[in-house]
Design a protein around this ligand. Structure first.
Ligand code: GLV
Ligand code: MN
Ligand code: MN
Length: 444
């Protein structure tokens, strides 16, 4: 008899789902890159959602949609009173994203379910696979919006009222338009028993060190600020430099300032200005306004607070010195999160038992797991990103690493969900069809 600890996912089946989902909103690059553009609540997002929901139905899951559009699909357990063990991630992408960010966690969750079905493995706790709305925050800030609403960190009405950065559309309208404003309540009526998310690292550390599995101990703090600078539109040729009130120059000064700030602070401080808009954006016109979004992150919240204060002081200085008006708006502010030590240790033990090299690490990117950590024991599993690239159409993770990560997820979920029965009656061929006969079910 083969033990439950020998159960493994079908890596090819998982890979083929990653490829199929990646066909929706595909953007192919000139060097063979296969990227994705599925910004939250766009038509492409709807198409991706429909595909994944179809797979959830095919697997016989009980599929629920909540009022912020999170999709929560559950395979029942044997104990009717046990809370589900949840896994998942997101399937929205940035506008120039890859096929793995978020998608891996959701599709690996489905692969875990399909593996359990195929081998007739029952678990004590139900297992739930979720994908959360607008994790990226690229269209509607903040990031991790759906999971934040799910755990009660943002009121549903406030979330529905958020406008899109690109076209000013209302989140609530877009949710209705794509047909994903569901009936389940937000915040969720009850918390999962635990949450474990598989995700690509999105950075270079695992690849640099030749390590297969990152054991994620927490997520760094995130601070997003939108800065709007209003100056005076004027003629580029005739306006003497001393008379200019130039918002583009001020925006550039802020961009340079935050880069310098990371040099002064050193350590874990990172700073990015990834969104810039000037109006009217013409070659021979001193702009009237400039809007930028500043992203500051640090694993140490005290240092992050200091960086925010320094930025605010520099903005005040520039406002006076350059005779412009500057307003700021917080788009996202999340403190660093530490995951549950016991669940983190379980991920580490499981990966090592499966023969993988491991390394403990913080996450540089934001994740739905950091929201779930507010309501239940939570951990994450990282797999390597080739060249450390993510939020880039060249984002890639080797198939062997995808499979390794999914197997760590499978075995971790099995430990958390508990098995009423001890082993597999039939090892089965790994490619058996779903829903085998009773004879393939577990022996007692
Ligand atoms: C979201 O994924 C972020 O890290 O910005
Ligand atoms: Mn992600
Ligand atoms: Mn992302």
């Amino acid at each position: 008899m083969t033990g439950i600890e020998d159960l493994r996912v079908d890596g090819e089946r998982l890979w083929s789902r990653i490829v199929a989902l990646g066909e929706i909103g595909a953007i192919d690059g000139p060097n063979g890159e296969h990227g994705n553009a599925r910004l939250a609540l766009t038509d492409a997002d709807r198409e991706g959602r429909d595909l994944v929901v179809g797979w959830m139905h095919d697997l016989g899951l009980d599929v629920g949609i909540d009022a912020i559009g999170n999709v929560i699909a559950t395979r029942p357990g044997t104990d009717p009173n046990a809370a589900p063990v949840m896994t998942g991630s997101h399937i929205d992408t940035v506008a120039t994203g890859g096929r793995f960010d978020g998608n891996l966690g959701v599709l690996a969750g489905l692969e875990v379910i399909e593996t359990l079905e195929q081998h007739g493995v029952a678990t004590t706790h139900p297992i739930t696979v979720a994908f959360f709305t607008d994790e990226e925050g690229a269209r509607f800030a903040p990031d991790m919006l759906g999971s934040l609403v799910y755990v009660g960190g943002l009121a549903l009405e406030d979330a529905l009222d958020i406008t899109a950065v690109d076209d000013g559309a209302l989140l609530g309208d877009e949710l209705l338009r794509i047909g994903y404003a569901g009936p389940l309540p937000c915040p969720a009526a009850s918390a999962p028993a635990a949450y474990v998310e598989l995700h690509i690292e999105q950075g270079p550390i695992l690849e640099d060190e030749g390590i297969t599995i990152g054991v994620v101990e927490g997520v760094q703090g995130i601070s997003w600020t939108e800065v709007t600078i209003t100056g005076r539109s004027a003629h580029a040729g005739t306006t003497p430099m001393r008379l200019r009130r130039d918002p583009a120059y001020v925006a550039a000064s802020i961009i340079t300032y935050v880069r310098e700030l990371t040099r002064t602070y050193g350590g874990a401080q990172v700073a990015t200005v990834g969104r810039i808009a000037v109006h009217p954006n013409l070659v021979n016109v001193v702009p009237a306004t400039a809007t930028i979004a500043v992203d500051l992150r640090n694993t140490d919240d005290d240092v992050l607070v200091r960086a925010e204060r320094d930025l605010a002081a520099e903005i005040a200085r520039l406002q006076t010195a350059e005779e412009v008006t500057i307003t700021t708006r917080s788009l996202a502010r999340f403190e660093p999160v530490e995951f549950d030590p016991a669940t983190v240790a379980l991920v580490e033990r499981t990966a090592q038992r499966l023969g993988h090299s491991t390394r403990r690490m913080p996450s540089g990117a934001g994740h739905d797991a950091q929201m779930l950590a507010r309501v239940c024991p939570t951990a994450m599993i990282f797999t390597p990103s080739v060249a450390g690239l993510s939020h880039n159409i060249a984002e890639y993770t080797e198939p062997a690493d995808v499979t390794a990560g999914a197997n760590v997820l499978l075995q971790t979920l099995l430990s958390l969900a508990g098995m009423p029965l001890a082993g597999l009656a039939s090892t089965g061929a790994p490619h058996d069809a779903i829903g085998g006969s009773e004879g393939e079910r577990l022996a007692e």
